[in-house]
Design a protein around this ligand. Structure first.
Ligand code: TAP
Length: 487
């Protein structure tokens, strides 16, 4: 604990290039879910701070330094920010682990490089966004300009705080927008630190403002603020719907990345050893607090028993441990409330008739922390609540299927459509099933792969719009058509 405090300072808001207290002077305490102890106090943004941040962003955008800067210079600054994130990966990884409870292996080795990768990738786009010359009528010279939207409000969840900063801010900034970022109240620390690094990289004041605070207060004020042109949101479907409704009053553009209940489908002809590994990481990576978690495992009947036996054995070996230990692969859930919700779903599953074959219990480490065992529920029917509702924890629901038709039908029988996995050695089957699955991402003989260059987002109730890849730049730009009479 002493060591922990030595590496964390009180968190401030970042508005117009300065670290400041909230206008009200209010703070909140961010907690370490592995030890149940406080990490530090953080300034709590309210509506007045949102207004200041939006005005600073507007000023930087409307004829300010960001708008006037040559794209090559914007590219250089964003690339430098990617470098700084890598240079500070130890510090950022540690902050993320303290705040979120995820293993340091994930936050240091995967999340920090992924966040950096976003800034490196999108930096390159700053110099490549262009309109088109469209010769539609001989009497006119006609072309389009691809322009930024203005001020983007980014509202992000607690499961991948650092990565979400990269997913949202890198493309928005590369396209020439200014950003007001609200990290989740549970995990504000890495967003604040990246905000500081952005200033060090040379981002002019006001271009990236960071407002830790409550969603129902600071987030709500951002969505209602007429000076915000667009909200890019990742979080729950419930809050996403609310944002869409509230944003309508000021005709906000909205991108929503919401929940999931993704099917990971194992055919009998798969490399079963690889599929067991893929099913395990598909659900237990990130403690299952992953929007795209392969939380419904669909297994072909003929290999079901053998597969589930191997899976249960593997899950039992995945023991919760100190997230700061580099060997740990299962950390603490983010909060007591999340742990209670997850354990409640295990009970629900059992009472619905599912069979618990691994885990199912809280397992404190050193007597503390919101740790939950890697849990496998077998004999789940796809209509049960544990198969239809997002649990957002290390709980896998195993469902049998008989053939391709049955697999596709059950796979798509969900309100969500974020991701899916397919395990087979038959290349025709892989392509055919990938086409038929209603999901924004399909992994074949793999699970949970991401890259800044590959679009990611949902079908159905998992939202609309895309993060990452060239596709995401459409979300942060608008097109102007210019007609010049040449007669
Ligand atoms: P939410 O409760 O929806 O929170 C997400 C963000 O919205 C937080 O910053 C939250 O602030 C804020 N918020 C809450 N109420 C708000 C309001 N009225 N107006 C504006 N902002 C508001 O989700 P969560 O529990 O943090 O995250 C888990 C969910 O995110 C899961 O459903 C998961 O599937 C989804 N998720 C989706 C994806 C993709 S890419 N689709 C990726 C990761 C997570 P506070 O937390 O400070 O209250």
């Amino acid at each position: 604990m002493t060591d922990m405090l030595a590496t964390t300072r009180p968190g401030k808001l970042i508005i117009n290039g300065e670290a400041v207290d909230a206008a009200t002077g209010r703070t909140f305490r961010t907690m370490n879910p592995a030890t149940e102890e406080a990490i530090c106090e953080v300034a709590e943004a309210g509506p007045e701070d949102v207004d200041r941040a939006v005005k600073a962003a507007r000023a930087a955008f409307d004829g300010g330094p960001w708008a006037r800067m040559r794209p090559a210079e914007r590219q250089r600054i964003l690339f430098r920010l990617g470098d700084l994130i890598l240079e500070h990966a130890d510090e950022l990884g540690r902050l993320e682990t303290l705040d979120n409870g995820k293993p340091i292996f994930e936050s240091r080795q995967i999340d920090a490089p992924m966040a950096a990768n976003c800034f490196h990738y999108f930096a390159g786009w700053a110099t490549k966004l262009a309109g088109e010359t469209l010769p539609v009528q001989p009497a006119f010279f006609t072309y389009t300009l691809r322009e930024p939207l203005g001020v983007v409000g980014a509202i992000i969840p607690w499961n991948f705080p650092m990565i979400m900063v990269g997913w949202k801010c890198a493309p928005a900034l590369a396209a020439g927008n200014c950003v007001v970022l609200k990290p989740a109240e549970l995990t504000p620390l890495t967003a604040i630190r990246i905000g500081e690094l952005a200033l060090e990289a040379g981002l002019p004041p006001g271009v990236l403002n960071v407002l830790p605070g409550k969603g129902s207060v600071a987030g709500e004020a951002m969505v209602r603020h007429p000076g915000v042109d667009k909200i890019t949101f990742t979080g729950s479907t419930e809050v996403g719907k609310h944002i869409m409704k509230t944003g309508a009053d000021t005709v906000k553009k909205v991108t929503l990345e919401l929940g999931g209940k993704s099917p990971n489908i194992v055919f009998a002809d798969a490399d079963l050893e690889a599929a067991v590994r893929g099913a395990t990481t598909g659900i237990f990576y990130g403690k299952g607090e992953v929007c795209a978690a392969g939380s419904r495992l669909l297994v072909e009947s003929s290999v079901h028993d053998e597969f589930v036996a191997k899976l249960a054995e593997r899950a039992k070996r995945l023991v919760p441990a100190d997230p700061l230990d580099p060997k740990t692969r299962l950390g603490a859930l983010v909060s007591a409330a999340q742990m209670e919700k997850v354990l409640g779903y295990v009970d629900t599953g059992v009472s619905e008739g599912a069979k618990l074959v691994a885990g199912g219990k809280r397992q404190p480490v050193g007597g503390k922390g919101y740790f939950v065992q890697a849990t496998v529920l077998d004999q789940v029917d796809n209509r049960m609540r544990v198969a239809q509702e997002e649990i957002f924890g290390p709980v896998l629901a195993v469902i049998r299927f008989e053939d391709v038709e049955d697999a596709v039908r059950k796979g798509n029988d969900s309100p969500y459509g974020l991701a899916a996995g397919v395990w087979t050695r038959d290349v025709n089957k892989a392509h055919a099933v990938a086409r038929r699955l209603q999901a924004g991402t399909v992994w074949v003989n793999a699970y949970n792969f991401y890259d800044a260059g590959m679009p990611f987002g949902g079908y159905k109730a998992s939202g609309f719009g895309r993060d990452l890849g060239p596709e995401s730049l459409r979300e942060y730009t608008q097109v102007k058509s210019v007609w010049i009479s040449i007669e």
